[in-house]
Write a protein that binds this ligand. Structure first.
Ligand code: ZN
Length: 318
């Protein structure tokens, strides 16, 4: 047996039911979902609200957070006190609330030392009428405040159509939400801090969900980043090579469409991989759509074969 095979860390994802969820993670993906309102698959996560358990191999049954704490050498001894990233697959049948996340500095001061949240979305699938909200149309902070207070949401939000293979980087301070019909792979900082700005006046159990307007108005960036800098088309990228989608302070994300084979070295502290299409093998180990795994530190040569798509991410640490 190749000893490398044992050291791939496969994840058991955690599922979340949401107001806006659906059944596609059970129909189009090989998962046992808790209900037909399943909105999120926390695919690679060590967050206390959804800590993945390692599947198979030497560390079978360990929580990812525990492995991070007890075996830091597997992750390149980064010195970070928590696992830095979180990878999700999102099935949106309805839209989520319009929200904004703080940056690290604001979260540290206002949210008990938590991390802020930078996030990015790779659109796996969409409908002709699928949209997202990213940014707003206010020119000054006073204008933003006044539009929020008057409830002029339609005029305020910047809503755009997105389609399969669009890649969207969402910086802290950017108001955002996704609309119905989208399947998204999300890579984000390991944080669950969200300030809800507007929930389309929906009721849950007869009551509106709590909004966090004071915090939101403090963290929303004015003016927002131009749209062209937020969204990237990735449909025509070459096959059988690592295509870098984004590099920021927290993570790097690549898209890998394999039609034959590709070889590279795992030279990062650790690498997160999510198979989003097809099947094949990694150094002889079978992998298929719906598998999520970590290649640990010093894993060495990676040979991938088959017909598959993988979204690869790594933290920008170490
Ligand atoms: Zn978000």
């Amino acid at each position: 047996m190749n000893c490398q095979e044992q050291s791939i860390l496969f994840m058991n994802p955690v599922f979340k039911q949401m107001l806006w969820g659906g059944d596609r993670l059970g129909k189009d993906w090989p998962y046992q979902i808790p209900g037909d309102d399943t909105g999120e698959c926390w695919a690679i996560s060590a967050h206390p609200n959804g800590d993945c358990i390692i599947k198979g191999g030497k560390y079978d049954g360990y929580k990812l957070s525990i492995l991070w704490e007890k075996e830091p050498q597997l992750f390149g001894n980064t010195g970070l006190d928590q696992f830095p990233l979180l990878v999700k697959i999102i099935n949106a049948e309805g839209c989520s609330s319009i929200q904004v996340h703080p940056d690290d500095a604001y979260a540290k001061n206002h949210e008990n030392g938590s991390l802020g949240k930078m996030e990015c979305w790779y659109v796996l699938d969409g409908r002709e009428d699928s949209t997202i909200v990213i940014g707003h149309n206010a020119n000054t902070r006073e204008e933003l405040k006044s539009m929020v207070e008057k409830g002029e949401w339609k005029e305020l939000i910047r809503e755009v159509h997105v389609e399969k293979d669009d890649f969207i980087q969402i910086e802290p301070g950017t108001i955002h939400t996704f609309g119905g019909g989208l399947m998204i792979l999300e890579v984000q900082q390991n944080s669950d801090i969200t300030y809800r700005v507007y929930d389309f006046d929906r009721l849950t159990n007869g009551k509106p969900r709590e909004l966090h307007l004071d915090n939101a108005l403090e963290v929303i960036s004015v003016p927002p980043k131009p749209l062209a800098e937020c969204i990237k088309k990735t449909g025509n990228m070459p096959e059988n090579t690592m295509n870098l989608l984004i590099e920021c302070d927290y993570y790097r994300v690549w898209k890998l469409d394999i039609s034959k084979s590709v070889a590279f070295k795992q030279d990062k502290p650790f690498m997160l991989m999510s198979v989003t299409k097809g099947e094949g093998n990694l150094n002889g180990t079978m992998i298929k759509k719906g598998d999520h795994f970590i290649l640990p530190y010093d894993y060495g040569d990676v040979n991938l074969e088959g017909e598959l798509q993988i979204i690869v991410s790594a933290c920008n640490c170490g």
